[in-house]
Design a protein around this ligand. Structure first.
Ligand SMILES: Nc1nc2c(ncn2[C@@H]2O[C@H](COP(=O)(O)OP(=O)(O)OP(=O)(O)O)[C@@H](O)[C@H]2O)c(=O)[nH]1
Ligand SMILES: [Mg+2]
Length: 237
């Protein structure tokens, strides 16, 4: 199988279970499908539930949404051995060339799962207010180093007793000034800010001016080479 001729901007979306990762991807597709050529890869442990949910949302051609059933903890599939995901991304890039952005949803995990830079160029980490206002202070690689931290479902804050501005301030302190976005699907200004961030990051990555987050050593992984043969390697970037 030939290598994809064009490479997309690969954007990872990670975060604890149920914080709204699939919903955020659906939102990005709904907002940007007219401006960018998009594809989606979802990671579930045992099902293709997330891919089916996204297909049924009707925000993107269903064929552009594919599931990788990891059968393992999400961390393994997005960080330790990214090969099945990388192959899924490259297949999508080949089948729908050219794609501008491929969104990769991690399976829901705890605070430690982040994407290897071998798989994605940039990553969003999603928390929600229902997980508690103090989660932002707890840190971890996703909270501290993701390119964007989303504090999601702010519409629920009054019901769970969370002070959103305080949670955002705590998150900013844990991130040394990297961006934090308070988001709710009911707050259209926040949805517009998410859209702006994705468009701006797409430009930065395209121009080659973005350094991927790498909280650890690059995982060994495999690509399909020009001649269709699997090449396994590690590299330093
Ligand atoms: N109130 C409120 N609920 C939301 C919002 N965004 C998502 N949800 C709800 O949160 C629940 C979980 O959303 P998902 O998008 O499936 O979350 P996820 O992180 O993809 O879940 P997993 O893939 O299972 O880890 C669903 O019931 C959504 O409808 C929001 O802005 N406000
Ligand atoms: Mg999901």
């Amino acid at each position: 199988m030939p290598k994809p001729t064009t490479r997309s901007f690969r954007l990872g979306v990670a975060g604890p279970v149920g914080t709204g990762k699939s919903s955020l991807i659906a939102m990005i597709c709904r907002e940007l499908a007219d401006e960018l050529r998009l594809g989606v890869i979802t990671n579930d442990i045992y099902t293709d539930e997330d891919a089916r949910l996204l297909r049924s949302a009707g925000v993107l051609d269903p064929e552009r949404i594919r599931a990788v059933e990891t059968g393992a903890c999400p961390h393994t599939a997005i960080r330790d051995d990214v090969t099945p995901n990388l192959i899924a991304v490259e297949d999508l890039e080949r089948d729908f060339a050219p794609l501008d952005v491929v969104l990769v949803e991690s399976g829901g995990d705890n605070l430690t799962a982040t994407f290897s830079p071998a798989l994605v160029d940039a990553q969003i980490f999603v928390l929600d207010v229902a997980g508690g206002g103090d989660v932002a202070r707890k840190g971890g690689p996703g909270i501290a180093r993701a390119d964007l931290l989303v504090v999601n479902k702010t519409d629920l804050a009054p019901y769970v007793g969370v002070d959103v501005p305080q949670m955002v301030t705590d998150a900013e302190a844990a991130r040394g000034g990297k961006p934090v976005l308070a988001l709710s699907r009911t707050d259209l200004d926040s949805v517009a800010k998410l859209k702006e961030w994705v468009l701006a990051m797409t430009e930065v990555v395209r121009s080659g001016h973005h350094t991927p987050v790498d909280p650890g050593p690059m995982a060994p992984h495999s690509h399909v080479g020009d001649d269709g043969v699997l090449i396994s390697h590690t590299h330093a970037h």
